[in-house]
Design a protein around this ligand. Sequence first.
Ligand code: SAM
Length: 280
Amino acid sequence: MAKPNKGLAQHFLTDLGAVRRIVGAAGVGADDLVVEIGPGRGALTGRLLAQAGTVIGIERDGALCDLLRSRFGRGLHLRNRDVLTVDFSDLIRGAGFDHAILVGNLPYYITGAVIQRILDARRRFKRAVLTVQREVARRIAATPGNRDYGVLSIAVQLYSDPKTLFDLAPDVFNPAPRVFSSVIRLDFQRETRYRIQDERFFFRVVRTAFGQRRKMLKNALLGMTHGRMEILQRVGAMAEIDFRLRPEAVSIPEYERISRALKGFATSAGSVTGADSRQM
Ligand code: SAM
């Protein structure tokens, strides 16, 4: 068997108990379509195939695709692709389904980008059961006041109800990664969990604030009013937020209040600016 490719974050699950718990958490039934990201040597895939109606695996490594084909034959629908180039919506509808359950022991080097794509396609997923670095799971679950709280927490909590299910020690993988992992489940909501008037603008505000997370809000957001502190003070008063707080102390509904107030000024007093990066 070919050596694991470190560049593709290949750490293969070898612990049957962990496999059972992960697949159990996905709650897969005979009518379900499962999309698996990075099936690798098929540790999860075999069990998923036994429970699901259809399984589509997206695996970037061609040699692993050959191995998966010889192990599972035509039962497994394989895409030898980079998951970051896959349109989940097309994939799911092309397979004749409206929704899928997503399972993935994610390649760690692209976790943030994959989660962003999953959130973008959330209406096509019933739920996702993902293995991520424990540190990422903490960031996803973090609440205001916690130093792990940030853009990732807000994005995932806005669109889903994230749960950290259990941790996995490095020795359940071969080769063992240097870090602990956590298995998380995201149950997606049809609507955002909080009413957001303008999601794009909301994330500009959030990203701008966390771009300078050590500063007080009044300084972190100053660029958005082109340096005009008097406008920012009025925004703070209108939103009823103390702008001496740091970005990590502010909740999702509070960011929404800031966004609405700031947008009001943007429309009446000219443009506001801010970070537009999709980086989490
Ligand atoms: N699911 C398997 C398991 O649990 O044993 C393998 C998990 S391993 C951590 C990550 C898998 O993702 C590897 O098989 C790797 O080749 C694959 N992978 C890495 N980057 C990828 C990408 N951009 N798109 C699709 N698959 C990728």
